[in-house]
Ligand binder design. Sequence first.
Ligand code: PEP
Ligand code: MG
Length: 580
Amino acid sequence: MVTPTGSPDSAGSPDVTDPTGIPTTGRTAWTGTPVVPGVAYAPALVARAEVSPDAVRRFGERPVPEPDVSLEAYDAASRSVADGFTSRAAAVSGAASEVLTASAGLTLDKGLRGAVRTRLRGGHDLLTSVHAAVEQFVGVFTGMGGLMAERVTDLRDIERRLVARVVGEAEPGAPEPSEPSVLVAEDLAPSDTATLDPALVVALVTEKGGPTSHTAIIARQLGIPCVVGTAGIMLVDPGTALLVDGATGEVSSDVDPDDAAARVTADVEAREALASWSGPGATADGRQVKVLANVADGESSTAARRAPVEGVGLFRTELCFLNRTEEPTVAEQTAIYADVLRPFVEHYVIVRTLDAGSDKPVAFATHEGEENPALGVRGLRLSFDNPGLLERQLDAIAGAAAETGTETWVMAPMVATVAEATDFAAAVRSRGLKAGVMVEVPSAALLAHRMLEHVDFLSIGTNDLTQYAMAADRMATDLAHLTDPWQPAVLQLIAITAHAGQEAGKPVGVCGEAAADPLLATVLVGLGITSLSMAAAAVRPVGARLAATTYDVCQEAADAALAASDPAAARVAVRAVLDD
Ligand code: PEP
Ligand code: MG
């Protein structure tokens, strides 16, 4: 059993209020958006986003030492920060390790050091010099655009860590847990989540972020119970024992330890029962629903094959090319795609053509300097003035399909008009493959019946459909209450699309994060969705939930969700239907 190290009574101080204006005095309960089900009880480990202002002020009050003395302090700080990145890189593999190794290199960058030294010799103190040097690099990286601009987040992360070392504090970000803990944070950066150990981080609670935030996606992949958008949680005292319910979004410190332990045990048993689900996807009364995996490359495809899935519902091809400056040749692309198709030769794979642009910059495809990239030339739109890019990719996909013998469907992202769907379908079918489009733009949902006259299937990308229906940036942590696929308006668009599929007798799947939410999965099936595609780690809870629910009850759940006034009410209403 977990031994709490804090006391609920110590949460908050009398005159403190959280950002919602709710006094935190004696506050023992919080509610956020539930994103990964599961119950956990452990002390809060609070990740600080910034270095404490007091420490920075005290440092600023000291006399400014000689530039060489400050430069030595800088060298010591940058070595410690880089060593931290390097040791965390050694503990993980793949992309996570690459991110951390690159950050270690950037921390020790000679150009950055030179920029700091110039400021120091100009008479500035070390913190001012570090900040000015980082700003100079931020300007350069931003100007270069694309992948380099992405590194700005890393630079800011490095600056925070350097400042902490210089003023003698522990580095901000997620601290290393020494015992099973609930990690509480404003939001988590990729460098924080790269090394999360599910044995030590038993739940995640963030103050900001929504169901599609980076934190939520990683928690889902790792199967860690997670609640996001939890107003006021950053004021909890570190060490306070928290009971986290990732199914309801409730976080509480006012709980009897024995009751909490009993709830955790019951949850572990329930999760073990879920883990035994072995497919194929169907409701309790036998209505088939394909449960599929989302993959990014050959490695994740091979891993997904071990989960009880009937195929791949979304292969995000652009993720293979985030670090490429030149477009790979058709032969090279064919080999990359074949690695993804091969593990699923007995099933089928839906390949999505490049969704470059906006939140996924691909150097050889993305249009630089757009005022508003999410509404700009992204996804299929890249082929408007560069048709060869799409043609070559389709050739490579067709080549990989022929080489592996895997049934291959192809879909385009960001389709807004019927004409786009028609042209795309013709290009795909001319290569002997099945053609579909993603429903991510509300116009595509509203015209789904007409799209289906020209394509073989539709796949709803709820992450973008929610962003565009609610006019709320999916990355904006402050708008998490809007970027929630449980929003009634989003559910209406899904209902329209699914209904069109039923009328046309063609498959309509969901491949956004919504498909990974077991509760929402019942609603989607009730609306008429025929396949659900998700991170492989989410497959068993979703499959098990469907297996325990009849189609009639799914339809009742769908009606209840559609009738609710907001996402929270929809979740409560659906849970009531399922518990009946
Ligand atoms: C989506 O938008 O829901 C989707 C699946 O595409 P992505 O998340 O890659 O934009
Ligand atoms: Mg999308």
